[in-house]
Every structure is written in C-alpha cells, then in structure tokens.
Design a protein around this ligand. Structure first.
Ligand code: 0WD
Ligand code: CA
Length: 391
C-alpha cells in the first residue's frame, strides 16, 4: 500500500522556555530489574563480576598513570542495544517480571541527552525509535559521517577521558580482584580496560510512561566482598579541573546538569568529583548528593540551568514518541508461529535541533537502514523472533 504524504509528515515539538517553573510530571523511584557484566574480552555474564567497591583515591594521585597500557573497547563494533536486550531476555527466562509494556526501552545515556536538551546550545542529535511487542526501543542514530566526526573530536579528548577512567581505577577495588604490578602507585587497582563495564537495568516511569533503562554504574559504597547492595549504595565518579575562577565555576555547573540527570535517572544518590590540576594530579575530592545538585546550582546569582524545563521536555518528547510510534507496532497480537516470516519493521526517528526543539518523523520504508542480522538496522533477529513468538 502506498504511504500517503500525510503519514510521513514531520511533527515538531518546540523547547519549553528555560524560565519554566510549572510542576513537572513525577519521576518514579527507579527499581532494579537486573545487572550484567562485560568481561575484559567484552563478553557478557549475567552477574556482578564487573562490579567495583568504592575506595577513595589518594589525594595527589597522578591520573596520567598507566596511559600507555590502557585497553580501549573497539568502537568500530556497534553493539546497538544488544546487552540490554540480552539482559531483558535473561530476566524473563529466569521467570521474573521484566519491563512494563507501553513504554520505552533504551540506554540511560539516551534519556540523559533528551533531558538536558533545553540547556544544550551546540550539540544536536538524532535517535531511532522502533516499536516491538508493546515497547519502543530507542538508540542513537549515528550515520557514518557523523560517527567519523565524533571519533575525531573524541581523539582530541583522549587524554581527558583517560583521566576519568584512571580516576576510577584509583577510586575503586574490582569485585574480581586487584591486578597490581610491582611499581603501581598506592590506590591503583589495575590497568584501564574500557571493555569492562557493569550495567544496571532499572524500571521506572515518567508520568504514566514506563521506562526501562540500562546504564553503566561505576561502583558501590559497600564492604569489600559483599553482594550488590542496591541502587541506594551506587556511586558515580567524575573528574574536573580545579575551579579557580568564576568562569570555571560556570563551566562546572554546566557539567553538573549532565552529572545530575545521569545519576538521577538511574536512582544513583551520590556523585563524587575528583578535582585535578592541569598536569593531572588529584588535588581534592568532593561528594555531591544527587538530589542536592539542582539546589546547589540554583543558589548561585545566575543559575545556568534548573530541572523544571528538563523534566517537562523529557516528558513531552517521550509522550510524543509513545503516542505516535506505539500504534504502529507490527507485532501480531496473537504472536508469530515458529516458521512465520517476521513482519516489516516500522522505523521512526526524532532529531534535536539546539535552541529550537525536537522533530519526529517516520522513516520511509525504502530508506530503512539494512544491516545483516538486524531488524530495522537495530534489533537482533533472534531477539525480535523471541519477542514475537506465539505465547
Ligand atoms: O553510541 C553508542 N553506541 C552508545 C553506547 C552511547 C552510550 C552508551 N553506549 C553503551 C555503552 O557501551 C555501555 O554498554 O551503553 C552502555 C552504557 O550506557 P549509559 O550508562 O547509558 O552511558 P552514559 O550514561 O552515556 O555514560 C556512562 C558511562 C560513561 O562514563 P561517564 O563518567 O563519562 O558518564 O558509560 C561509558 C562512559 O564510561 N560510555 C561508553 N563506553 C563505551 N562506549 C560509551 C560508548 N559509546 N558511552 C558512554
Ligand atoms: Ca563515571
């Protein structure tokens, strides 16, 4: 059937005014669904083997340490939402309750981007949304040219981002044990390998919209060797240059928006920032209770952000996505028989234009990205089949 021009229309959602103070839709306290761990070789285990315990970094530690021995995850491999999908499948196969239907399944980082958009002046983005089995899967849409550009920018930040990882190595003790070399400095828990990640999958909601989010958690503040102590004991670690001027303070407050949103979304109560000098030596550390961050920024003479427009915009975007995308779910209501062909995926996109707003549109079926083994260029075929199987 030919698609009418109307169906492919773009729907535009403007940003709310930054001065908005009206009460925002409530955000439900996240509860933990499951966790999983990426091993040093990037394979996944459905356990807490990649969890780490908080152990404060020694003041004066050198964040350049170990740079030449670091192992970086291969960024040419696009994992899409694979880890999250595998985790949700594992939850159901254990006979536990999974996500609630009618909402969004994605990485926490995607929601952070949508939420911080009202105060984002430069960086636009585009995301893909695909309905399946009563939920909408969302991921970043990263066409090759944009990906190449991002990689170029990232490489100029390589040292900076290494210092973040190295701060983690000084501030944690891995559950899998410390791998020390003879000349390692005090507090170092082993060389950086960014393949290793501990992911927590939570269930929450904004207003009536269910959310299922997967996010990386840096460490837990709990006695060494104990089991996962719950989201309440999770911590996010950050680094920042020491603040010596009003301008530097403003920059830090802008960064605090991302730190706050990121931790708040997953229900992580504590963010610790290590402040370093230009040469990479840690000078001081400070703990920020996540829920106090908006007040801290708001108490300055000219606050650079406040939460209300963020939460309103997040709700407005997700409401727009859910109300348009969910009705196009091609999953057969009675499920798919063993040898039925999969229905065609329905692919939507929404893009953010800084200082303007968000635009949602359905991708013309002839232009849907084709990727071997993936449905709609995103979801693994066996996962889709499992979701659609006749129950
Ligand atoms: O574009 C992609 N393909 C993305 C993949 C974008 C964002 C995340 N991911 C994947 C990661 O590989 C990981 O498995 O999602 C998972 C983590 O999701 P998240 O927690 O939602 O990510 P986010 O909140 O953006 O960042 C959390 C941490 C970062 O630490 P800081 O302190 O900078 O917030 O996850 C790490 C990073 O350490 N991280 C990544 N690691 C590898 N590849 C990536 C990435 N693309 N993005 C963030
Ligand atoms: Ca971190």
């Amino acid at each position: 059937m030919a698609m009418s021009a109307r169906q492919l229309q773009h729907i535009f959602l403007p940003l709310p005014p930054r001065s908005l103070t009206a009460p925002a839709p409530p955000y439900k306290r996240p509860t933990l669904l499951t966790t999983y761990s990426h091993q040093p070789d990037r394979s996944i285990q459905h356990d807490d083997s990649a969890m780490a315990y908080y152990s404060p970094a020694p003041t004066g530690c050198d964040l350049n340490y170990g740079f030449d021995r670091r192992i970086d995850r291969d960024e040419d491999v696009d994992e899409h939402l694979d880890g999250l999908c595998e985790a949700l499948r594992n939850v159901e196969e254990r006979g536990e309750a999974g996500e609630r239907r009618g909402g969004i399944i994605t990485w926490r980082g995607m929601i952070t981007r949508i939420m911080t958009a009202p105060f984002e002046e430069r960086e636009g983005w585009e995301m893909t949304a695909i309905p399946l089995d009563g939920s909408i899967y969302i991921e970043l849409y990263d066409p090759p040219e944009i990906r190449a550009q991002r990689r170029k920018e990232q490489s100029s930040w390589a040292w900076q981002s290494y210092m973040g990882y190295s701060y983690e190595a000084f501030s944690t003790i891995p559950a899998s044990g410390v791998q020390r070399r003879d000349d390692d400095p005090e507090g170092w828990s082993g060389d950086v390998n960014t393949n290793v990640q501990w992911c927590n999958v939570v269930r929450t909601a904004i207003g009536q919209i269910p959310l299922c989010l997967g996010g990386e958690v840096d460490c837990v503040d709990a006695p060494l060797g104990t089991a996962h102590p719950g989201l309440d004991k999770c911590m996010e670690l950050k680094t920042n240059k020491v603040i010596q001027s009003r301008h530097q303070e403003t920059l830090f407050h802008k960064k605090l928006l991302k730190h706050w949103a990121q931790s708040w979304l997953l229900g992580i109560p504590t963010v610790e920032v290590g402040f370093r000098d230009d040469s990479g030596t840690v000078k001081s550390q400070r703990v920020f209770p996540t829920e106090k961050i908006p007040q801290l920024v708001g108490s300055t003479s000219n606050p650079v952000w406040h939460p209300s427009p963020c939460i309103h915009f997040l709700y407005a975007v997700l409401d727009l996505v859910v109300s348009n995308v969910l009705p196009t779910d091609p999953t057969p209501p009675s499920g798919l028989a063993e040898d039925d062909a999969l229905p065609e995926p329905v692919v939507w996109r929404f893009s953010f234009i800084p200082k303007r707003g968000c635009e949602l549109y359905r991708v013309d079926p002839s232009r849907v990205v084709q990727e071997e083994g993936r449905w709609g260029g995103m979801l693994p075929l066996d996962y889709v089949r499992w979701r659609m199987r006749r129950r």
